[in-house]
Design a protein around this ligand. Structure first.
Ligand code: S3P
Length: 168
């Protein structure tokens, strides 16, 4: 099975994906990292400088397509994958199960306040507008939503494993 983590920037997708991959003994695909590698850049800022958000979105489609038939893999997506339905369609192929890590905006803010690695999280009002716009998209594409506020990574992984054990 392919386990796909979606959610807003700062929701903890990468950390949870790594812990879940360790627990299930599945490899982890970091879509942001692969997107940078594919475009031969060192950072998301460099990727945006090269081709803007459009280049990221196109690369995400390419990556999702190339992993559509993979199994036994945990995929940590970038927060914007829900902007293109085709990405989720590819990721859901071959028994892909999509978990939405749902973090309240206050938690996101707390985590990203000192972090300047994200081109789309620079201006607070814009970030909040993006969060509000995307929330229903994450909910729509998710097979399962996991609320992460106040939970440790271990709590979250345990909850996910329990869901997986009850659905497979
Ligand atoms: C983005 C989220 C980032 C990264 C890029 C754009 C977004 O990933 O893909 O900066 O549009 O929400 P994370 O969610 O891993 O921060």
């Amino acid at each position: 099975m392919k386990i796909v983590l979606i959610g807003f920037m700062g929701a903890g997708k990468s950390v949870v994906a790594k812990a879940l991959g360790d627990q299930l003994n599945f490899p982890v695909l970091e879509m942001d990292e692969l997107a940078c590698q594919k475009n031969q850049v060192e950072s998301m800022y460099a990727l945006f400088a090269k081709g803007g958000e459009l280049l990221l979105r196109e690369t995400e489609i390419e990556i999702a397509k190339s992993y559509r038939s993979e199994a036994n893999l945990v995929i940590s997506t970038g927060g914007g994958v829900v902007m293109n339905k085709i990405i989720l369609d590819y990721l859901k192929e071959n028994l892909g199960k999509v978990f939405f890590l749902n973090a309240g905006f206050d938690l996101i803010l707390q985590r990203l306040a000192e972090d300047d690695s994200r081109p789309l999280f620079k201006n607070l009002a814009q970030a909040k507008a993006l969060y509000d716009f995307r929330l229903p998209l994450y909910e729509r594409y998710a097979d399962e939503a996991i609320s992460v506020d106040g939970k440790s990574v271990e709590d979250i992984v345990e909850e996910m494993v329990s869901v997986l054990n009850h659905t497979v």
